[in-house]
Design a protein around this ligand. Sequence first.
Ligand code: NAD
Ligand code: MG
Ligand code: MG
Ligand code: MG
Ligand code: MG
Length: 334
Amino acid sequence: MTQTSASSSQRPRIAVIGYGSQGRAHALNLRDSGFDVTVGLRPGGPTSLRAREDGFIVRTPVEAVASADLIAVLTPDMVQPQLYAETIAPNARQGATLLFAHGFNVHFGQIAPRADLDVVLVAPKGPGALVRREYEIGRGVPCVWAVHQDPAGRAEAHAMAYAAGLGGTRANVIRTTFKEETETDLFGEQAVLCGGASALVQAGYETLVEAGYQPEIAYYEVLHELKLIVDLFYEGGITRMLEFISETAQYGDFVSGPRIVDAGTKARMKAVLSEIQDGTFARNWIAEYRAGLPNYTAFKQADLAHPIEETGRRLRASMRWLQANREASSTTQD
Ligand code: NAD
Ligand code: MG
Ligand code: MG
Ligand code: MG
Ligand code: MG
């Protein structure tokens, strides 16, 4: 008995529910790390074929949940409360571990887990495709982890085993709380990574094209080259970028950067953060989802119809190596 519970601490049987951006990467990495992984998906759902092609036995969410020591909830955030109530709460084993990759539903009170379940968070700080690619080349994506409740006493052991199985410990793992992960993750993707960066690129492109410059040159200047700059940030921070760019570019950075992102921008960042912290963003997003995503759909269509997308499609056609990348990755950030 002691033996069984010790081994279930280190090598829990894992059910991965959802096989999208994170679900696929987690399932593949954990299997390659020696875990017994079952994928739980709705029969006939859009990703079950892909999971089967990857060699997994695909079960219904109910079957996968019922046989697992650790249940990884990797469906979209907005479907998790119903999935928890209808499928997980009635079928999870006594004392099983419930694992999330984002703290949203627990932190904002949309899921109140059963009192006997250990509840943890292991959130890789990167999109699923990168979590898989880094693992395959012997590296890892840093992860943050947290414990919400620990009645069965395996929360930390399971979170660490899972983070190691993902390859996260090869990079770094940092302990956090559900609150800190949820608020910083939402802020990062809204203000800087997704919202901020895409708006900056679109505005830069529009400025050049409206001034009469060629769209193709505008694309290379404000979107394509951004990767080269971000690679330098990643390797050695802003210090490394400054080492690599010309004196002219450095001087331009110093005098013009603060005119683009100024005190007003930072004040608006603080407003975005406040609305995340006080629950306004969560309330609005849940209401939007329940209303059938009317604004979300319109915003997304506007992004997809932005002229920079058409320009980019044409120019990327000559970069053949991107084809292979796209097939290997697919789907969303965050
Ligand atoms: P996704 O949209 O890429 O994948 C969703 C998967 O869930 C698909 O396989 C879909 O078929 C399945 N699914 C949808 N509804 C379902 C249901 N009712 N029952 C069973 N399966 C269902 O999701 P994602 O972007 O990987 O996000 C999963 C979690 O990971 C979220 O909590 C998200 O916040 C978190 N996260 C995502 C990223 C990212 O890069 N995408 C990064 C860090 C954390
Ligand atoms: Mg994130
Ligand atoms: Mg945008
Ligand atoms: Mg230049
Ligand atoms: Mg996120």
